[in-house]
Design a protein around this ligand. Structure first.
Ligand code: CP
Ligand code: NVA
Length: 300
């Protein structure tokens, strides 16, 4: 039994997962490899892309997905994670969880006897970044360019650091000193980057980071769960907005990426996110193909 809680869990299989995702996208796999399998999907936070792509993905692979909102589960009323993990493991072949606390995901995984998939936690969003790297490959052909993440050093940023290092792609993160990525993840990404002969840079100098970038990526300033810090965050992150002036520092053919949902006028201006270099809808589409690859990889 193997789970996907962090990009590190598939460190040596990232390329294989992306290749398979590409095969799914281009329709070369026609059979129903997950016929008769079921996936439970627990959501402690809202979702559009993750829910729909996992649900449709399971259906297209011949399986079944169950949407379980935390409000409807007994877990939401205090039933222990351990009982929930043991019971669900008797019914289904895998469990995807969008968790408020990453530590709950870890506890769930220790007890469950089926694979657990992180559908976003406060620490990482590995499934998102698999789709992101599928999109980079499609638009750039390889991972030789410079990937730049601008803004809050959040869950998406953490997983991007790890996956770039796994693929040997140089990554620079431009963020305020108060909103840097997770310290342990930065260290881990630097260790992996040494092995893959790539660079990890963390800076508060956004102009320097974006200079000659091939990919410019941002995410919301206020992630789910951080709503109370809204004012403080908007103030600290104000100069990290991705706008056309900033994009001019990147390569002419640089692509703009965002995991969505986005707030136009905050982390990105409408002209950039809706502009011709934006690949956000391809990214969202690729959630479906990469999700199918992850499901095949873990549940087959
Ligand atoms: N990018 C992403 O995970 O979107 P949802 O929150 O809509 O699932
Ligand atoms: N960082 C965002 C990503 C949403 C897909 C959040 O956690 O809310």
């Amino acid at each position: 039994m193997k789970s996907l809680l962090s990009v590190c869990d598939v460190k040596n299989e990232v390329k294989e997962i992306l290749d398979l995702a590409n095969e799914f996208k281009h329709g070369s796999i026609k059979n129903k490899p997950l016929d008769g399998k079921s996936l439970a999907m627990i959501f402690q936070k809202s979702s559009t892309r993750t829910r729909v792509s996992f649900e449709v993905g399971m259906y297209e692979l011949g399986g079944n997905a169950l949407f379980l909102s935390d409000n409807d589960l007994q877990m939401g009323r205090g039933e222990p994670i351990s009982d929930t993990a043991k019971v669900l493991s008797r019914y289904v072949d895998g469990i995807m969880i969008r968790a408020t606390e990453h530590k709950d995901l870890v506890e769930f995984e220790k007890i469950a006897t089926v694979p657990i998939i992180n559908g976003l936690s406060n620490l990482e969003h590995p499934c998102q970044t698999l789709a992101d790297m599928q999109t980079v490959k499609e638009h750039k052909g390889d991972f030789d360019g410079k990937f730049v993440y601008v803004g809050d050093g959040n869950n998406v940023c953490n997983s991007l650091l790890l996956i770039s290092a796994c693929l040997g792609m140089d990554i620079a993160v431009a963020c305020p000193k108060t909103y840097q990525p997770n310290e342990k993840i930065m260290k881990k990404a630097k260790t992996i980057a040494k092995e893959s002969d790539s660079n990890v840079t963390i800076t508060d100098n956004v102009e320097l980071a974006v200079k000659d970038a091939d990919v410019v990526y941002t995410d919301v300033w206020v992630s789910m769960g951080n709503e109370k810090e809204q004012g403080k965050r908007k103030k600290a992150l104000g100069k990290y907005q991705v706008n056309s002036k900033l994009m001019k520092l990147a390569c002419d053919d640089a692509i703009f990426m965002h995991c969505l949902p986005a707030i136009r006028g905050e982390e990105v201006t409408a002209d950039v996110i809706d502009g011709e270099n934006s690949v956000i809808i391809d990214q969202a589409e690729n959630r479906l193909h990469s999700q199918k690859s992850v499901l095949y990889h873990l549940l087959k």
